[in-house]
Design a protein around this ligand. Structure first.
Ligand SMILES: Cc1cc2nc3c(=O)[nH]c(=O)nc-3n(C[C@H](O)[C@H](O)[C@H](O)COP(=O)(O)OP(=O)(O)OC[C@H]3O[C@@H](n4cnc5c(N)ncnc54)[C@H](O)[C@@H]3O)c2cc1C
Length: 392
């Protein structure tokens, strides 16, 4: 059944899937386009490289989500956008037009430092989580080695830096090697160009992370810019090298290439400029949500999944209110916070920051199960099999 208003959503991640499900509840005629045929639960993908989760465990088939919510699904890549006329061209050549609303939810691209092909990332193409697993398995088989994990910055938009999953995966690898009884044969190093990576979580969290590094015998290489990557080394701006048999590197987010080539208004890094209601500046009926949008707010703001979901919910509300002739709108900026259960395989740290407080609470053992439970909740609630918990 339809209310005769047509919405085109580009992207099938946290932002796109939630926008589709909320709008379908109000009988909007929703079409969702994604270049992958699955929704990827990035937060629990950190367990794929160590074998704690299978790749399928962190994927939800978009066809299943389509059946649950009743949207039209097109699995195809967006290659061209003319926002002024709400016209979208797909890789197959198909042209989509005639929509009342357009919602951009295509996530971000990544910065490409020199030699990036010598690294793998837990935050890029989902399939790389399996390649990381293969690389780690090969090193374990070899019996010893040096492993370097790091992340980079984007000076044009600090909200696009993503370090948390790097810390999580590193602690999980430490734990895996310990369990296999080979930890002492491996040198683990975390590297980042910032002097205090993770500083936006707040000073208390930083101090706690530092203790965790010492306790786990993880070396740190912080505060020197990264120049490039070689096959077995990270090269820094001062031409020193960090030798490594395997490099996992998370480049900072950058504006999506297709969006950068469009007529959408962008910030310096290529993210779409929006107002508090996720409306794209100067364009009627066009919204941008999740990682693809330029976030406004405190300097520690970060692109996160729960914020993507909130932006999706607000956007659906704002569209419904607009069509009902109501003046009420919901903004995202007052809800900006950092919220993360940072997994360490044998527990987790609950990290929270808003404009009033910043803390990290250690949660031995239970924290790990909490994050696992959240992964199951995420799948089932997205499929509409269990109700959504408010705020989650
Ligand atoms: C390893 C990892 C762990 C994380 N942990 C947490 C956490 O604990 N808590 C938290 O809040 N956040 C976490 N995040 C961040 C969170 O996952 C992101 O903020 C969230 O995924 C953003 O959702 P999105 O829908 O905007 O983008 P994405 O999830 O990136 O989705 C983008 C969608 O667009 C599609 N797409 C891209 N390009 C095209 C194209 N050209 N044509 C068609 N479709 C396209 C993609 O296939 C995908 O479906 C983590 C991220 C990573 C990578």
């Amino acid at each position: 059944m339809s209310n005769n208003k047509k919405v085109l959503i580009l992207g099938g991640g946290f932002a796109g899937v939630d926008a589709a499900s909320y709008l379908r509840k109000e009988k909007y005629d929703v079409t969702l386009v994604s270049d992958r045929d699955y929704f990827y639960i990035y937060p629990t993908s950190i367990w794929v490289p160590t074998g704690r989760a299978k790749f399928e465990d962190v994927c939800v088939d978009l066809k299943e989500l389509q059946r649950a919510h009743g949207f039209e699904l097109i699995v195809d890549g967006v290659v061209d956008i003319k926002a002024a006329t709400k016209t979208v061209t797909l890789q197959s050549g198909k042209v989509l037009e005639g929509y009342d609303y357009l919602i951009f939810a295509m996530g971000a691209s990544k910065m490409k430092p020199k030699g990036i092909e010598n690294t793998l990332s837990i935050c890029g193409d989902p399939k790389q989580s399996l390649e990381i697993k293969d690389a780690l398995d090969a090193l374990v088989k070899k019996g010893s080695g040096k492993i370097a994990f790091g992340f980079g910055g984007n000076p044009k938009d600090t909200s696009a830096v993503r370090g948390g999953p790097g810390f999580e995966l590193l602690f999980n690898v430490h734990h895996m090697l310990k369990k296999k009884g080979v930890r002492d044969n491996f040198e683990l190093t975390m590297f980042a160009p910032m002097a205090k990576p993770g500083a936006r979580m707040g000073e208390k969290s930083l101090a706690m992370m530092d203790k965790m590094f010492t306790r786990s015998n993880i070396k740190k290489h912080f505060g020197t810019k990264i120049k490039s990557f070689e096959k077995n080394a990270v090269v820094f701006a001062d031409d020193t090298k960090l030798e490594s048999d395997f490099i996992m590197f998370i480049p900072a987010g950058d504006g999506h290439e297709v969006i950068k080539a469009s007529d959408l208004p962008l910030n310096e890094a290529g993210f779409i400029k929006i107002n508090d209601y996720c409306e794209v500046e100067g364009m009627e009926g066009i919204y941008a949500i999740g990682d693809t949008a330029a976030l406004e707010g405190p300097e520690w703001r970060a692109k996160q999944g729960h914020l993507a979901e909130l932006m999706a919910k607000n956007t659906a509300f704002n569209i419904i209110a607009k069509d009902a002739g109501l003046n009420e709108r919901k903004g995202y900026q007052e809800h900006i916070n950092i919220l993360c259960v940072m997994d360490t395989a044998d527990g987790a740290g609950f990290v929270f920051r808003d404009d009033k407080k910043a803390f990290m609470i250690p949660m031995p053992i239970f924290g790990h199960w909490l994050k696992q439970g959240w992964g199951k909740y995420c799948r089932l609630s997205k499929l509409g099999k269990i109700p959504r918990i408010p705020g989650m």
